[in-house]
Ligand binder design. Sequence first.
Ligand SMILES: [Zn+2]
Length: 140
Amino acid sequence: MAKRFKVGGNCDCWCTKCKLVLEHVIIAMVEDLPKRVECTTCKSQHNYKLAPRRKAPAKSKRTAGTKKTAARKGRKANWKVLVSERDVSQARNYKVTATFEKDELIDHSMFGIGVVLEAVPGNKIQVLFEEGAKLLVHSR
Ligand SMILES: [Zn+2]
């Protein structure tokens, strides 16, 4: 990163008038470094100076990883988890006349693959499909 300075060339340095790091034209050099510069913005001449060190610019934002993403996974993932553990090829086609049991896999013509969460009184079953839980009738 040996940046070659030369008289008449440009450098970015601290302008004592503008109080900003700005482009300056190098007027005089001492050895390898600019000695005197002219601000291209305010045209003032002053000694070459790098930006004064105040607070280090907070470039590396510390997004402290306090917030865990695990908490927001919630229930939506359940369908995927449930189905991924199962052999989908064994899913039974859903029919109102068929009887399903808890944990069975169902292949529904509209909702796709579902998992029976529980049997509900009145010949119904609560089934979790990808889009959410549905109440279906069975054993009719
Ligand atoms: Zn200036």
